[in-house]
Design a protein around this ligand. Sequence first.
Ligand SMILES: O=C(COP(=O)(O)O)[C@H](O)[C@H](O)COP(=O)(O)O
Length: 318
Amino acid sequence: MTLEETAGKIRSMEIRGAGRIARAAARALYEHSMEAESADLAQYCQRMYAAAELLVSTRPTAVSLPNAVNLVMKPLKNESDLFTARHNLEERALAFIKRSEEAVSRIGTIGARHIRDGDVVMTHCNSEAALACILKAHQQGMDIEVYATEVRPRNQGHITAKTLSDAGIKTNFIVDSAARYFMKEVDICITGADAITVNGSIINKIGTSQIALAAHEARVSFVVAAETYKFAPCTILGERILIEERSPDEILSGDMRKQLPHVTVRNPTFDITPADYVDLIITEAGVYPPEMAYTVIKEQLHWDTEDMSLELPYCEEE
Ligand SMILES: O=C(COP(=O)(O)O)[C@H](O)[C@H](O)COP(=O)(O)O
């Protein structure tokens, strides 16, 4: 797949979900580097920086995307010859993909320890990391039941329901607005994350914060499964995560909107769940309370003040 094809698929959401987007970006950089016909290091760097910028511009919210791109790209500035630069960049891209896949599997193992035999689990959207926990618990022989939301407008819940059904897990498929109604039957909510800020807020699919609120009210655990590269270093510097707002066409057709001249369709793709409503964040490096987000960014992402000069567009003002 060409770089432009990958960028187009991320933009159109054919490739979606924060972890998958991150791996697709790393894969695109790897393949772009392999194909690069560059006369010298400067030309190669120029080509790769342009590719990185294109990838980062595709979707604004999932921090896994700029984090993956930075992990692959950042050491490039210290290279002194084309051959080594190219070799090292390709190694870093492949290492990121491997690390990401292993992280999801490890999160599944750790997350399954938070599910008990007989539990009813609610999940929202389609998160590899959240599903890894549920699938692992099922594989370990636990008798669990799941409530999976529909996830309007893009219906990612259909993918979740199919995955759960294929695994033989008893699943209730519900509209998003039924989450509070069913919360009294739920023991634990598990969702993924697109970004986690330094104050432990979780940015995930629109509707997540309502589920967290309903869980809080009902004294149900609300747990987030997320790889460490979902934490957002830029938030240490006070930057906010930009919440993507997608086309109104996803909700009402142009023809229908023409009949409603005083109506504006709003379509935010993600929302923010404050740390107060989050019990735990399950990462591949272990389980953290949301209050420890700063420590994760410092220790797991090895973020330091040098990163303040990052040139790539990391996050933008909300
Ligand atoms: O909100 C979404 C996907 O949104 P979209 O469909 O708009 O990309 C997922 O919950 C997170 O990305 C985490 O997923 P994962 O755990 O797979 O990274």
